[in-house]
Design a binder for this molecule. Structure first.
Ligand code: SF4
Ligand code: ZN
Length: 738
């Protein structure tokens, strides 16, 4: 912490207390000590003093005690050396100044009863613009908004902006965020209140812009308001200063913006506000108080450009932006999640084998992206004809102080259900195999690609408040851009997948459930272990762990695997118990490492589906992108339709691409060497890993032994090939034992 700001604040504390002591003495010379004092129509006396010290100031005489208390709080002046640690003295000096401010304002009410207008709005014709303390009627009406969340907090703006336009811009940005703007003090002969009036902005409690008073001491009305909320709505007893201050820190998102030079009095006020957890952001070069301690993040931040003041303030205070309405032309909500877009309703689509559709969520630095920025690069839907396919890349950048790259896959996986929430739009799959179908009805209502960005921005803020502060969405529709994004995304997916590479199921006691897909497949429960990633390919053990950290009551719960019932097939007591409960009794047990015997349940988002081929004594698998026939007699879509309802279907199982080369893949059925057929594209996609894994299994030449559609698409067609190459599956135990 800077020595200078400490010095200024402590100096300010002394000045203010001395000045108010002087005013008090003068008042005692003019008025009788028993003269009534106080703010208009309130049961909270001088609310800061009452709430923090428990002292009821009703008469001039009563002011003596709190004033003495303020004097006693003043710390010794800072000497040249050994000034550490002195956040404590600094806070005390600030607090002393604030007690003195409140007495100063009460004296003004006594001496100049008409100084403040007792009203909710200024009377411009009479030239009365300063509203002073809110009375209890206003307080009740407005204070409740701080409690029910309609107003997250307030910005106390002191001083003046360099010009009226800047003042207007800053205040309007706060209004957009539903904050109250409390105005006090001026700078260079003007103040934000006058600047707003000049710019034609309506002010008053109704527009949430409240001009308290022309002096810095009138900023105390903001804190008095906050403390009354703690007493009235938080049920905290007057005098319980710790809880009053904590209530404010945790519940009222407030901060100070100092516009103009910060003199000693402002510095003292800023120091005082730190006690509430309210940081100060200044546009001038004052020494900063950056280490976090009392405020959620920094205490005093200097030199903030006006264009960034609002965003920085909101960030520093840790205020989470909630976007309450989702402004798109279609209806939106979980009700539309299961809705299909069938052939006759279809206007256009992306993905699903027709054109590339890729999704990627990446973390960004806070200053790298702009919250709410949504860009469509390339032609939008209105440039398409009915029946068209188009490439799409959905690139979401998120930033947050608490955000970690580990969270990227979790956020990315939400895109699926969120797009499905849009009426008339259907989303299947994830990562680079997404498929979006847009209905004619949606397009007629005005749906455009930008709306995907609107939805993601709003919902990510709503659902991940704790970790996300900014969301920027870019939608690419030019093929070259989509291909570029896809290439990058694939490298990202690989890195994510490989994070669990070295882990073994035996090494952990905890697996994670995933029930994200239950809205489509009600009895479906994925259990994700290090060596069995989620069948959608989007969630591995690490991801589920991170997801649980973000949302402990969410869809990814830890499962203590418990007693091992079958090490070969992969079955655990703890998992069975969990699955029974989570499937509401529909599924009582399953095996992790088998397709033949009671395999894990499958939902419609699996990347691949494996099937037993009895005459080949082996197993085949097919990926979603492959649209041709397969030796099991069914195409992927048919398989997904039959198997994807959340049941355990012996002989078939959904799995991720990555899982094919994980050590435990169908180990209970003989492992990867059982694989007799795969589409060529899938084989090629995972070639490196496949070769590496089969080398480990003692078959370096295995890659070429796996048949694909160029060999045949029926068991009869591929069997001679398998025999010719001497496929190891043919000499294994019968895959189906009686
Ligand atoms: Fe979760 Fe499984 Fe659905 Fe993937 S497929 S989101 S792991 S339930
Ligand atoms: Zn699913």
């Amino acid at each position: 912490m800077s020595k200078l700001v400490g010095f200024a604040a402590i100096q300010g504390g002394y000045n203010i207390v001395s000045k108010v002591e002087g005013l008090y003495r003068r008042a005692l010379e003019t008025y009788d000590a028993s003269t009534k004092v106080g703010f208009p129509n309130t049961a909270y006396y001088l609310p800061v003093i009452y709430s923090l010290l428990g002292i009821k100031v009703e008469t001039l005489e009563d002011m003596k005690k709190p004033l003495e208390f303020a004097r006693g709080l003043l710390p010794p002046h800072i000497k040249g050396v050994n000034h550490l640690p002195y956040l404590g003295p600094l806070l005390d000096a600030g607090m002393a100044a604030l007690f003195a401010f409140e007495i100063r304002e009460a004296l003004r009410y006594l001496e100049e009863p008409d100084f403040y207008l007792h009203s909710e709005e200024p009377d411009l014709e009479a030239g009365k613009i300063w509203l002073g303390a809110a009375d209890d009627t206003v307080f009740r009406k407005r204070g409740v908004e701080f409690v029910d969340g309609t107003a997250p907090g307030f910005a106390a703006v002191v001083g003046a902006a360099p010009d009226t336009e800047t003042a207007k811009l800053i205040v309007e940005e706060y209004q957009k965020r539903s904050l109250y703007i409390f105005l006090a003090a001026g700078h260079n002969g003007t103040d934000v209140t006058h600047q707003l009036l000049e710019a034609g902005v309506q002010i008053g409690w109704n527009t949430r812009i409240v001009p308290f008073g022309p002096d810095i001491s009138s900023a105390i009305f903001a804190l008095g308001f906050a403390n009354r909320a703690a007493m009235a709505f938080g049920g905290i007893q007057p005098g319980d200063y710790k809880r009053i201050l904590l209530y404010n820190k945790n519940r009222i998102y407030a901060f100070v913006n100092a516009l103009g030079e910060v003199g000693t009095e402002w510095a003292a006020a800023a120091a005082g506000a730190i006690n509430w957890g309210f940081p100060t952001l200044a546009d001038t070069d004052i020494p900063e108080v950056l280490p976090t301690g009392i405020c959620t993040y920094e205490h005093v931040v200097a030199n903030v450009p006006h264009s960034e003041l609002v965003q920085r303030s909101v960030e520093v205070r840790g205020l989470k932006v909630t976007v309450s309405s989702i402004d798109i032309p279609c209806s939106f909500g979980p009700a539309y999640e299961g809705e299909r877009v069938r052939g006759t309703d279809l206007f256009a689509q992306t993905g699903g084998g027709k054109a590339q559709c890729t999704e990627l969520v990446k973390m960004a630095e806070m200053n790298e992206i702009e919250d709410g920025k949504i860009e469509v690069i390339g032609p939008d839907i209105d440039k398409l004809k009915e029946g068209d396919s188009f490439p799409l890349g959905i690139y979401v950048q998120v930033a947050g102080r608490e955000f970690q790259t580990d969270f990227e896959p979790i956020i990315e996986r939400q895109i699926h259900h969120l797009i499905n929430y849009i009426q008339g739009v259907m989303h299947i799959g994830q990562r680079d195999i997404s498929w979006i179908r847009i209905s004619k009805a949606a397009v007629e209502k005005g749906f455009r690609l930008k709306d995907i960005g609107v939805v993601l921005h709003a919902k990510f803020h709503q659902d991940f408040q704790k970790i996300i502060d900014k969301v920027q969405v870019t939608l690419y529709t030019k093929k070259a851009d989509v291909d570029k994004l896809t290439k990058r995304a694939r490298a990202e997916y690989r890195t994510r997948d490989e994070r669990v590479e070295k882990m073994r199921d035996e090494d952990v006691e905890i697996y994670y459930s995933c029930t994200l897909c239950q809205s489509f497949a009600p009895s479906h429960v994925c259990t994700v272990s290090p060596e069995r990633t989620g069948l959608c390919g989007a969630y591995n053990w690490m991801d589920c762990k991170a997801s649980y950290e973000i949302n402990p009551t969410g869809p990814n719960q830890p499962i203590v695997k418990g007693e091992c019932l079958d090490p070969i097939l992969g079955q655990w007591k703890g998992v069975n118990e969990f699955v029974t409960k989570a499937s509401r009794g529909n599924v009582t047990h399953y095996n992790f490492y088998s397709v033949v015997k009671d395999p894990m349940t499958t939902c419609g988002c699996c990347e691949c589906i494996a099937a037993v081929l009895p005459s080949c004594n082996g197993v085949m698998t097919v990926n979603r992108e492959y649209i041709g026939d397969t030796p099991c007699g069914m195409k992927f879509t048919t398989l997904a339709g039959v198997m994807g309802g959340g049941q355990s279907s012996p002989g078939f199982v959904g799995h991720s691409k990555f899982n094919i080369t994980q050590r435990k893949f169908i180990k209970g059925d003989g492992g990867l060497l059982r694989m007799v057929w795969m589409p060529k594209m899938l084989k090629e996609e995972i070639k490196d890993r496949l070769v590496k894994r089969t080398e480990e299994l003692g078959h370096p030449d295995f890659y070429d032994m796996i048949a694909d559609e160029t060999v045949g698409t029926t068991e009869e067609e591929i069997l001679p090939f398998l025999q010719k190459v001497g496929h190891p599956a043919l000499s294994m135990d019968p895959i189906i034992s009686e």
